[in-house]
Design a binder for this molecule. Structure first.
Ligand code: 8YV
Length: 296
């Protein structure tokens, strides 16, 4: 980054006023990384801003409509992270259903030789799995789940070609009623805030498992915690939360969750590709060329 551009670091925890006004007035592009709010207050503090290049596919924390209203373009990093995110989502499900972390602890604690076999766990093959949102990541999750011989269902605004071998539901609650496992793969933002409502969680039922690799904001987290604590669902495997990384303390004592630190795109390979795509967008912007992955 430093070889290509003149970089003025602006920490996620800071404010625009951490930069000298003389610098702020010159900044033409943001290389944004993080999940803090990038709202109108920050955008307005940079009068020469023309591009917000996001490091990530999700741009829910960026006030895109305000940026557009000022002629500022926004780019993201789609496609390059799809496989890793889908791998982690299915990996979390398998790890939860077979209690792989717990079984590992059982061996290391010496329980195997002292107490014997590990308690029996649950199959993945043969179960019905619902995918909420059949975009790039949801479709990649579906393809993987097909390989595990599951019965794939999905919820989307309309039936998708990608889902022709899968069962389409136009209603999220009906999807939750029909399946054992619900994988959340919708993008974050106002349209999807809280769509995994208490009704959807209850519809999943006492044997249901929720897997979230999308955004914490998509789930009514208070309802989820309540359902988990009272065993009204079997469990949850979560990579995303409200208030990351200071997540609700109630998660720390649950025995029916598998928790990950928002790391679904966190591989060396994918993070290099995301960084490259972000730099390509910045370079194209400064060269006056079409932006490779503009959010429209
Ligand atoms: C993050 C993600 O971008 O792409 C997304 O939407 O949530 C992640 O890949 C990554 O954690 C960097 O902030």
């Amino acid at each position: 980054m430093n070889e290509l551009f003149t970089v003025h670091p602006f920490p996620a925890s800071g404010t625009p006023h951490d930069l000298e006004p003389a610098i702020r007035e010159q900044v033409k592009a943001f290389a944004f990384k993080g999940h803090s709010q990038l709202g109108a207050d920050i955008i307005d503090a940079f009068p020469a801003l023309g591009l917000i290049a996001n490091y990530g596919v999700g741009y829910d924390t960026i006030d895109v409509s305000h940026a557009y209203s000022k002629g500022i373009k926004v780019t993201n990093t789609p496609d390059v992270l799809t496989n890793d995110v889908a791998d982690l989502a299915v990996g979390m499900l398998l790890a939860f259903n077979r209690s792989i972390p717990g079984a590992h602890d059982w061996v290391q604690a010496g329980h195997w030789s002292q107490r014997g076999a590990y308690p029996l766990q649950r199959s993945l093959s043969g179960v019905s799995v619902g995918i909420a949102g059949l975009g790039r990541i949801g479709a990649a999750v579906g393809r993987r789940l097909q390989g595990f011989d599951t019965d794939v269902h999905y919820y989307s605004r309309s039936a998708k070609d990608e889902g022709r071998n899968w069962t389409f539901h136009s209603d999220l609650q009906h999807l939750a009623e029909a399946v054992d496992i619900l994988m959340v793969c919708v993008s974050g933002g106002p349209d999807t805030a809280g769509i995994i409502s208490s009704d959807v969680i209850e519809a999943l039922g006492a044997d249901g498992v929720l897997v979230n690799c999308a955004r914490g904001s998509t789930v009514d987290e208070a309802a989820l915690l309540d359902a988990l604590e009272n065993k009204r669902i079997r469990g949850a495997a979560l990579d995303v939360f409200d208030n990351e990384p200071r997540i609700d303390e109630r998660f720390m004592t649950l025995d029916n969750v598998l928790l990950q630190p928002h790391q679904s795109s966190g591989t060396i390979e994918t993070r290099q590709l995301m960084g490259q795509l972000q730099r390509d967008n910045l370079s194209a912007f400064f060269a006056g060329k079409p932006l490779p992955t503009e959010v429209t």
